[in-house]
Ligand binder design. Structure first.
Ligand SMILES: [Zn+2]
Length: 294
């Protein structure tokens, strides 16, 4: 009897945890478990198979970038532990953009770790409110994130330190007004490389939304500034919130035979060019009077 009640309680909790107002057909696949692995030096992949989370480690504490879906928290924590680190040693959590599929587990992981959370002004406001604001192109089609209790507001170009780790925030708005790309350096056997965690820069919106009509960004200037940043920043290893967007799984497989497969100093430039092409198509569609989700 007790076992039955416990099981019912567990199932109810699981249902509540994954209850969504808006259906997410990709979420189950995105949340597929993925064994954590070293990307380079003190930089580790601790996300799910479909959504990135990156841990940068030091003896004085760690930085976590992104935290997938609300239900991904146990998977991320298990990956951190399996790699020999403690979630309690995560001192700082940062984010690419405040959507439920990249910031969903930040509140829970902040509670478990006691880490500080730092974000761009727009992202910090969304995190504190736990609501999707009206100026989000996906307002009305996506769920909000669980609210985050304490969020420090960052300036563009600000560098945050955790022990020897220097994590720099570069605002790359477009996909959301608060989008942020993160840059840092990691070293392995005396070789130090520039790592870039580039935020999503896809023009995804609710039906009828027009980037060409947006008051604060009438011709996609936010996007263009963000693309220009990606094209100019030193970038030896690129990771993106959706890992396949930077070819992570292909590179990981290639690494079996080519130890340097993760390193590609053109990766950020190629990504920016592809994304610029996608945006141009979207803007052309809008001008032709057929705005849509993509
Ligand atoms: Zn998003």
């Amino acid at each position: 009897m007790f076992r039955k009640i416990a099981l019912i309680l567990l199932l109810t909790t699981l249902l509540l945890a994954t209850e969504r107002r808006y259906p997410c057909s990709n979420c189950a696949v995105w949340n597929t478990p993925q064994k954590g692995f070293r990307i380079f030096g003190n930089t580790w992949y601790v996300g799910t198979h479909g959504l990135s989370a990156v841990l940068v480690t030091s003896d004085a504490g760690h930085v976590l970038i992104d935290a997938a879906l609300p239900e991904s928290a146990p998977l991320i924590e298990a990956n951190i532990r399996a790699l020999g680190f403690r979630v309690e040693d995560v001192k700082l959590i940062v984010n690419s953009h405040a959507h439920f599929d990249h910031a969903g587990a930040i509140a829970e992981l902040q509670q478990r770790s006691g880490a500080r959370v730092a974000a761009s002004p727009w992202t910090a406001a969304v995190m504190k409110a736990g609501a999707v604001p009206r100026d989000d192109p996906q307002f009305g089609i996506i769920d909000p994130i669980p609210a985050v209790a304490r969020v420090k507001i960052l300036k563009d170009g600000q560098t945050l330190s955790v022990g020897p780790i220097q994590m720099t925030a570069r605002f790359t708005p477009g996909h959301t007004p608060g989008g942020t790309t993160w840059t840092w350096r990691s070293c392995e056997n005396g070789r130090c490389l520039n790592l870039v965690y580039a935020d999503s820069l896809s023009a995804v919106s609710k039906d009828g939304y027009r980037y060409t009509k947006r008051k604060e960004n009438p011709h996609g200037e936010d996007f263009e500034r963000s693309f220009a940043f990606l094209e100019s920043t030193p970038c030896d290893i690129l990771v993106t919130p959706h890992p396949e967007s930077s070819g992570l799984w292909t590179r990981l497989a290639q690494r079996e035979t080519q130890p340097d497969a993760m390193v590609d100093s053109n990766a950020c430039k190629v990504l920016a060019q592809n994304l610029r092409g996608q945006l141009q198509k979207r803007l052309a569609k809008e001008r032709a009077g057929t705005p849509g989700r993509r």
